[in-house]
Design a protein around this ligand. Sequence first.
Ligand code: ACO
Length: 319
Amino acid sequence: MSFTIIGTGAGLPKTIQTNQDLAQFLDTSNDWIVTRTGIEARHICVTESILDIALEASVNALENAKIKAQELDLIICPTLGGDTVTPSLACLIQDQLGATCPSFDLNAACSGFVYGLDVADAYFSRNNDMKILVIAVDAMSKLIDWQDRATAVLFGDGAGAAVLAGGNSLKAIQLTAVGNQHALSIPWPKGNHPLTKNRSKPEPYLLMDGPEVYRFAVAAICNDLRAVTKAAGIELADVDYIIPHQANLRIIEGAAKRLKIPLDKFVMRVNGCGNTSAASIPLVLDELNRNGQFKSGTRIALTAFGGGLTTGACVIEWA
Ligand code: ACO
């Protein structure tokens, strides 16, 4: 026994920034961004806090699952960080929802949602009679240098949630990590201890070697999808929807070509939201769920890659 997904939810800030908007203050163009990434617009937290969008997704998921917050046994919040270092975002979500269960954040960058599912699965193996909220949220707009055109155009803010109950939907799951600071990192703020404050340190903004992340991501998607479908005892062709981390259309085109599967097997929504880090997969999951695209027996593969470097993939059969 593992779990089944009984509800999903999404939370997006209302301010939308298009590529044309970015070209007003960055040396870039809609054409460059669309051709290189497939991204046309992203949502940015301007009036909302990170907690606000996390709560929106959580409340939507609980309503979709038809359960009350008080019934939750655990809240796992995959995130690079909320509005405060402490309390954790998970604890603030718990408070605002009126839940009383243990709650913690989990940092696996863009792979966070799949990491969260794996942790939840371990809890279900201990006690199958639980309800767990996995609420993945990131506000990348607060972590990137808005003067760096190479990274600023790629990201957006968002939150996606799933409510899990005991069941048998998870057919296979695999996580990996290869510690690597060069490809992608976000340094801590400098601090102001008198003995350290003058030491040179990078600004606390995202640093990325784009081509290295690209190569890593394409290889990770191919290896992980092959591994989890094999572990689930199915062929890739048997999967109805592959929901990849929504970083960049070209990464997915590269992976589809290498795997020799049609590009339209991958569900891509990067055009409207950019890369929302841990939230990107559950945002798509919620859209397909609410559109009624999942029936009993629908096979879904999730595949994620992110800072760490981390990867995670799984096969889920909708119940
Ligand atoms: N607008 C216009 N020109 C730009 C921009 C921009 N926004 N950004 C970079 N350029 C320029 C560069 O300065 C460079 O100019 P030069 O040739 O005069 O030096 C030129 O465009 C090409 O730059 P490259 O970095 O080589 O561009 P590339 O074709 O590799 O595309 C990209 C960059 C899109 C970042 C690509 O490397 C990529 O897709 N990498 C994957 C990274 C990614 O998606 N990360 C997601 C976040 S991490 C995660 O989710 C795990």
